[in-house]
Design a binder for this molecule. Structure first.
Ligand code: MGD
Ligand code: MGD
Ligand code: SF4
Ligand code: MO
Length: 726
């Protein structure tokens, strides 16, 4: 029976007018459960319904979820392979395209070494595809250079959690613990816009008596629900956290027993934070001493508490240290490993969590194994049936891959499900680097900015077409079923990888009949690793409505709460890390007088390739803009709707102004959801965190110039669109 029809068994409604297929929204890390309504003759998805009896969002979905099926059948969807001929992307057969890719990659690798071809993945891929992409790089291409967009996303939080806990599972407790917390600290996370269906958990917590504190330079939707909103100066959160801990120590508010029994390294942190009295921290952060003391007391006095962080503090060149400063607080409070207590790095992409566990990161092998650990290498080599010495070592991180392309060290690039020309910092350099490649291959649904620059574009599969598992922000592994076939000649991503591996002479390692076969191999590969999925199966996921990893055996129910009696380091303790405040790399100056920060809007998703093609969403917000405080606007004689040119040391871009008092007067905000000359990454700084290699998307110095009129702005804007591409 066709795989799609197996999916429908037992779900066919009475009159066979519509089928219901269990799935999860393709966008953010909540992975809200939805049912795809499918017209059964042509197997066409006609709509989406929310699902009440699935935990996580319990019948809720945001406007993106309700319309998430639309882009999959947008008229611009790629349906044929394309090859660049005489400068133009031209329709081609699969045979031509796959032959061209293998011939060109082989020639590059022959002439410049195996590592001269790089692979770049994404966090919207299912676990099966992410796993397969890692294996494809290491076994089929045998290159060390594979990384993915999660480097720009979760890498700082992941590195900090690994240092402190010995394990990176985004959230240490499930969402249903939020209403149990009596205090919640949210640092640099705009959950109201980025995980909208999580908000009812916070409201419930407040009803149960919780106090919520939100730290953000913008008074976001999240900040508006807070009991205390802290409009922090960008880049100074670490000082604030050290200051809060200073007060907790001074006022004897720490949990001495927990520190003694379950942690190591507190004394050094104590010495460090001695230097962060409220007066000093208030000067650095712009936050009142009263607020600093209040947070320390609220946190300590509450019986239960959870701290959440997201990209606001993580996407900085001190992102790891920023998270470490938050984790020092968590450990000193002793509020972790118990119901209603813990920490969460709020994962971003649909499979941001699983995408970083199974091998598309430069230094990782499946199951969160290290590519530099001889035992780990040996195990994965045995699962894959290759010799350990054939496995390449650790490769370059995302932005460093583009630097290596600019230097001519990397000459070929294979991109699956990401738009890095738009989403990388300092895109002027990235554009040049990519334009200089010998061969760029992009597998996507649309001609994204990156795909437009490719030599070969392959039409891949949308989320409604591919079966597979995703791991949500809680660490819950869920399953999406396929509901329709890819349009035209588009193919399933995993089959494309298998076809290419076959042509590269590696067929025996890539023989799968279904995604479930890939998952079965992933289970084995993850067995005994930190992210152990070996006890998870498709059937169990359906039965239990998701399974939390680690889940090391068939009998194991999965692990909702981690660290209940020990942390994941071999000694079982959590480790404090002293961290000192340092200013951001670029501070406002006379020439560039404001901070520029970047982030998200509820209506759009990442580089907007999908949501800008969804009429109901795009209609609400078709163009980017810059948010500016009324005081800043007045100082520059700017009115709402005026056009300005923003300039940083790296580039220029033009935006319409939206005046709002919800932002600090010293800070401008531009959302990241647009490509080409509207992309804010023309302006961002490629300063990287020394440990996580995360770029500083959240802070650089910017100047603004008012354009004479809206027309002038628009005309220049139109003119610059011409002539893009390769
Ligand atoms: N609607 C929508 N939802 C999404 C996404 C999307 O594109 N659209 N993307 C998904 C992905 S991949 C991710 S990673 C997540 C991101 O989720 P978030 O990290 O919550 O979102 P951002 O808007 O990037 O940044 C959060 C906040 O950080 C603040 N910030 C900036 N600088 C600082 C600072 O120095 N200190 C502090 N404390 N805060 C600062 C910004 O003002 C912003 O409000 O969202 C996911 N969900
Ligand atoms: N300035 C600034 N830049 C940022 C950030 C920021 O906050 N500020 N945030 C960073 C973060 S957190 C992230 S996660 C990155 C994200 O950056 P990107 O990875 O560039 O994000 P997307 O826009 O989701 O790109 C996904 C592409 O894959 C395609 N696609 C989606 N699903 C599939 C699939 O299943 N198969 C195939 N073949 N294609 C698919 C889509 O059409 C789209 O073109 O951006 C980073 N860049
Ligand atoms: S975008 Fe996120 S919150 Fe909205 S429906 Fe999709 S998974 Fe749920
Ligand atoms: Mo992200």
């Amino acid at each position: 029976m066709h795989r799609l029809l197996q999916t429908f068994q037992g779900k066919v409604d009475q009159e066979l007018k519509e089928l219901g297929v269990a799935s999860h929204c393709c966008y953010c890390s909540m992975q809200c459960a939805i049912e795809l309504r499918v017209e059964p003759v042509q197997l066409r998805v006609t709509g989406v319904q929310t699902v009440k009896d699935f935990p996580v969002a319990s019948g809720r979905a945001c406007p993106k979820g309700i319309t998430a099926h639309e882009h999959a059948r947008h008229w611009e969807r790629l349906t044929m392979p394309l090859i660049r001929k005489n400068g133009q992307l031209t329709m081609a057969t699969w045979d031509e395209a796959l032959t061209a890719i293998t011939d060109r990659f082989r020639a590059i690798q022959r002439n410049h070494g195996r590592d001269s071809v790089a692979v770049y993945g994404g966090g919207s891929l299912t676990n099966e595809k992410a796993y397969l992409l890692g294996k494809f790089a290491r076994v089929a291409l045998r290159t060390r250079n594979i990384d993915y967009n999660g480097r720009y996303c979760m890498s700082s939080a992941a590195a900090a959690m690994n240092k402190v806990f010995g394990l990176d599972r985004g959230m240490t407790v499930p969402l249903h613990d939020i209403p149990l917390a009596k205090f919640i600290l949210v640092v640099g996370a705009n959950i109201a816009d980025c995980q909208p269906t999580m908000m009812p958990y916070f409201r419930q917590a407040q009803k149960n008596g919780a106090k919520i504190v939100v730290v953000d330079p913008r008074e976001t939707g999240m900040a508006k629900v807070a009991d205390l909103y802290i409009p922090i100066k960008p880049g100074t959160d670490l000082a604030l956290m050290n200051g809060i801990l200073h007060v907790m120590i001074e006022e004897n508010l720490i949990d001495e027993d927990f520190i003694k029994d379950r942690t190591i390294g507190f004394d050094e942190v104590k010495n460090t934070v001695r230097d962060y009295p409220p007066e000093k921290v208030s000067r650095i952060t712009g936050i009142s001493m009263e607020s600093i003391v209040k947070i320390a007391r609220w946190y300590s006095e509450a019986e239960t508490a959870i701290v959440y962080t997201a990209r606001g503090i993580e996407q900085q060149a001190r992102g790891v240290d920023n998270v470490l400063s938050c984790l020092n607080l968590v450990l000193a409070s002793g509020k972790i490993g118990k119901p209603g207590c813990g920490y969460g790095a709020v994962t971003g992409q649909g499979n941001g969590q699983g995408g970083r566990e199974h091998g598309q990161k430069a230094d990782q092998l499946p199951g969160y194994r290290s590519i530099e650990d001889p035992e780990h290498r040996k195990y994965i080599a045995s699962v894959w049936g290759v010799d350990e010495i054939e496995l390449p070592g650790k490769g370059k991180s995302a932005y460093e891959l583009f630097e290596a392309m600019a230097d001519g060290e990397i000459k070929g690039l294979f991109v699956l499900a990401s738009n890095p020309v738009t989403s990388s910092p300092n895109s002027n350099l990235v554009r040049k680097a990519v334009a200089g490649l010998d061969t760029l291959v992009v597998v996507d649904l649309f001609l994204s900015e990156t795909a437009k620059m490719a030599d070969i574009v392959l039409p891949g599969s949308a989320w409604t077409e591919d079966e597979g598992t995703m791991t949500n922000l809680e660490g819950r592994v869920i399953l999406r079923r396929a509901a329709q076939r890819p349009p035209g000649q588009a193919r399933l991503d995993w089959q494309i990888l298998c076809d290419l591996a076959d042509r590269l002479g590696k067929k025996q390692y890539f023989s799968y009949v279904t995604p479930e076969d890939i998952f079965e191999e992933l289970r084995l590969a993850s067995a005994g690793g930190k992210a152990d999925y070996s006890g998870i199966s498709y059937a169990k996921i359906e039965q239990q409505k998701g399974v939390f990893w680690p889940c090391p055996s068939d009998e194991h129910p999965g692990t909702e709460r981690v660290f209940t009696d020990r942390f994941a380091h071999p000694h079982g303790k959590a480790v404090f890390h002293p961290v000192e405040f340092k200013e951001a790399r670029e501070l406002p100056s006379q020439e560039y007088p404001y901070y520029l920060t970047t982030g998200r809007l509820m209506i759009h998703y990442l580089t907007g390739v999908q949501t800008r093609r969804t009429v109901a969403l795009n209609g609400k917000c078709p163009d980017p803009y810059v948010e500016m405080h009324p005081v800043t606007a007045a100082a520059n004689r700017i009115e709402d709707g005026d056009w300005v040119e923003l300039t940083t040391r790296r580039g220029k871009a033009k935006y319409q102004v939206k005046i709002t008092s919800s932002i600090r007067p010293d800070t401008l905000f531009v959302p990241m959801h647009w490509e080409h000359e509207q992309s804010v990454n023309l302006l961002t700084i490629p300063e990287l965190d020394p440990v996580s290699r995360m770029p500083e998307f959240k802070i650089c110095a910017v100047s603004l110039r008012k354009l004479k009129s809206e027309q002038e702005g628009e005309r220049e804007h139109e003119q610059e669109k011409v002539g893009l591409g390769r």
